[in-house]
Design a protein around this ligand. Structure first.
Ligand SMILES: Nc1ncnc2c1ncn2[C@@H]1O[C@H](COP(=O)(O)OP(=O)(O)OP(=O)(O)O)[C@@H](O)[C@H]1O
Length: 377
């Protein structure tokens, strides 16, 4: 087991990087604590595979350090790092039996045959591969092959972390949930640090205790699925997590926050914090789940026009026009279906304010927040 620390890490594929966009990994410092089940979640091209390959040693970072349990491993080759990596496509030797595939990493390091046997049997049992051990890997289905790939990581006692790079891509949808559950079970049993890369929020939140959301080469938030939902630290997290994502609208700051003719309720403390920041883009975000739709007239709420309603079985998504911008609210099954002009309000607790896409966090001292926003730019 190992804690994995990334210290001022950055990576570029360009020979002559000049702009932040030239970096696949923009400078980051981050720690995956020992023994945790983590997900690295983000859209295609945000740098997930690059980061994983740097941790496993397949790629040398342009800047910064990778530390395992506090020790620098930059100079170590992948095989010296005791990291197992499971890729999108299973890595198995087709002509070998399942037993020999699982035994391979142990034979490589000279483990005695009797020990190999008991370890392979143990891992095959966990992965429900015991009755396949004598079969050639060639005849296995995609999910069985992927289980063998995972098993090759698990047989070694010296493995300190397992990195999964979109491991369920080639697996049938019906089997995905089964393998995901298996992975979770393996994590509980082995207590190994696991980092699971995916672009699928459901996969991330069913596997991981904590999720790092990656966007444009940066980890913009590291938190529990609930924190990502309730307190998105960056507009991208609000947009990417949740279905549909968070509503956002850009506001003006005068004596209050205004969106067109509408005044958005916020605390005096927030207003004074915003006034002390240099003029920047201010965005307000609210999740569709937290938009309050009133059944009747309410003079304290905003009057808006219903655009359309999508019926998604157990709930409905109401689209409405707020100052000309389409926004969404989630209606429960038993809520009346509104039409025409309706009243909506945004509870202050769930109305989040972002400056240049970063959450203004009122629980943090203003000085840290200002530094963070400047640093991010
Ligand atoms: N070998 C390479 N040479 C040059 N650029 C690369 C190379 N590999 C990746 N990139 C670029 O680096 C950025 C990050 O890519 P990376 O594959 O790490 O992202 P990802 O989040 O894993 O995406 P995906 O889910 O599509 O694999 C992208 O802009 C990509 O085009």
């Amino acid at each position: 087991m190992a804690a994995i620390t990334l210290n001022a890490l950055a990576h570029t594929y360009s020979d002559n990087p000049t702009r932040p966009e030239d970096y696949a990994i923009r400078e980051m410092t981050h720690e995956w604590e020992q023994g945790g089940a983590f997900a690295l979640l983000g859209p295609s091209g945000c740098g997930k595979s690059t980061l994983l390959n740097i941790i496993s040693g397949l790629l040398e970072p342009s800047d910064g350090e990778v530390l395992f349990d506090g020790k620098r491993v930059n100079e170590l080759k992948p095989e010296e790092r005791n990291i197992a990596q499971v890729f999108q496509f299973p890595v198995v030797y087709d002509t070998m039996t399942v037993f020999d595939n699982l035994a391979f990493p142990l034979r490589n390091i000279g483990v005695p045959e009797h020990k190999i046997k008991s370890k392979v049997f143990e891992v095959a049992d966990i992965l429900e591969l015991s009755d396949q051990l004598k079969r050639k890997a060639k005849g296995l289905s995609a999910d069985q092959k992927q289980k063998v790939s995972m098993g090759r990581g698990l047989v070694r006692d010296d493995v300190s972390a397992i990195l999964f790079d979109e491991p369920l891509t080639v697996i049938d949808p019906q089997l995905k949930w089964k393998l995901r559950r298996k992975l979770k079970q393996i994590h509980e049993q082995f207590n190994i640090t696991m980092v699971y890369v995916t672009h699928d929020q459901l996969e991330a939140s069913t596997f991981a205790d904590k999720i790092a959301v990656m966007y444009q080469g940066q980890i913009v938030q590291f938190g529990t699925p609930r924190e990502l939902f309730e307190e998105p630290a960056h507009t991208f997290v609000g947009y990417f997590i949740g279905s549909p994502g968070m509503n956002f609208f850009e506001v003006e700051l005068n004596d209050t926050l205004r969106f067109g003719e509408h005044e958005i309720a916020t605390s005096d403390a927030m207003l004074s914090r915003l006034k002390n920041l240099p003029a920047k883009k201010i965005t307000v975000g609210i999740r569709p789940e937290f938009v309050h739709v009133w059944e009747g007239k309410n003079d304290d709420a905003f009057k808006v026009d219903v655009d359309f309603i999508e019926d998604l079985g157990t709930y409905k998504i109401l689209s409405f026009l707020f100052n000309g911008q389409t926004m969404k609210a989630r209606l429960s099954e038993d809520q009346a279906i509104p039409s025409g002009q309706i009243y909506v309000s945004f509870p202050e607790q769930w109305t989040k304010v972002y400056v240049d896409d970063y959450l203004v966090n009122m629980t943090e001292p203003a000085v840290n927040q200002t530094e963070e926003i400047h640093h991010a730019n």
